[in-house]
Design a protein around this ligand. Structure first.
Ligand SMILES: [Zn+2]
Length: 268
């Protein structure tokens, strides 16, 4: 099975496991073919569980310990401990409620979130050995879930931003993400307040008749604003799920009904 990785994170392969599932190598059929990892999109649950097990096996991860959250496009962060092992792995009903970001400093608890165009945010505190994984669609991005995940790690684990590496997973790119006036106005308001990046609004928005948004650049700018060093953010350029919709699930490219790929992060 092929696993998508982030260059900077592979340098810490002795400390942590990370990876993104692709669409291929699973048992789902039709619009979910074939490695759909999402239980909430109408696919047969047993097939999704099989897919999740296949992905975990490929990463040498214990699927029974996987922790998932509901992902409701808000900015709540939850601190995962050993008591949470397995929550949301087999069924939606046990997933951590009302949450889009998970943090932990415990080993062998894989955090797993699901995506089809939204942005996976990964943070690894290389000194205190803690991790954070968050789901940032446009609502989560504008609510600064990237920064709030980092702040939660600062509060819980004494994390220092300059000692972290951050990852921005495959998400819909500026090439393909047309947005309406309402979203554009909200992003302009928030990103005109950015201090550490000059002309932040111009960096996240381009115009071709209408506005196009870069979720990658928006989240990168937010991570930098919170103290992550630019050279510690991976990859260097956005990787568009819609342009690469044979590799990744893309809600926009599929015009709605489709599967979800997973982002996984786990301390060894
Ligand atoms: Zn694209």
């Amino acid at each position: 099975m092929h696993i998508h990785e982030l260059p900077l994170f592979t340098k810490y392969n002795n400390k942590l496991v990370h990876g993104f599932s692709l669409k291929t190598g699973g048992v789902s059929q039709g619009c979910y073919a074939s490695l759909n990892m999402g239980l909430h999109v109408g696919d047969t649950a047993a097939k999704v569980i099989t897919n999740r097990q296949l992905f975990c096996n490929a990463l040498n991860i214990n699927f029974e310990n996987v922790v998932c959250c509901e992902q409701i496009h808000k900015d709540n962060i939850y601190t995962v401990t050993a008591a949470d092992k397995g929550k949301g792995a087999h069924e939606l009903s046990t997933a951590i409620k009302n949450t889009d970001g998970l943090i932990t400093n415990e080993k062998n608890i894989p955090l797993m979130l699901f995506f089809a165009d939204c942005t996976p945010i990964l943070i690894y505190d290389t000194v205190n050995e803690a991790i954070g994984l968050a789901h940032a669609g446009w609502r989560g991005t504008i609510a600064d879930i990237a920064g709030k995940t980092l702040q939660a790690m600062q509060a819980q684990y004494n994390t220092k931003p300059e000692e972290c590496i951050a990852g921005i997973g495959p998400c819909i790119g500026q090439c393909c993400y047309e947005i309406g006036d309402d979203v554009r106005t909200q992003f302009t308001a928030v990103f005109s307040q950015i201090k550490k990046t000059t002309n932040a609004v111009d960096k996240i928005l381009t115009y071709r008749n209408t506005a196009y948004l870069s979720l990658y650049d928006a989240n990168k700018i937010l991570l930098i604003e919170h103290g992550i060093l630019p050279e510690n953010i991976s990859p260097e350029k956005e990787y568009c799920t819609s342009c690469h919709c044979t590799e990744f699930y893309s809600y926009r490219a599929a015009a709605g009904k489709t599967g979800r790929h997973a982002a996984l992060l786990c301390l060894k």
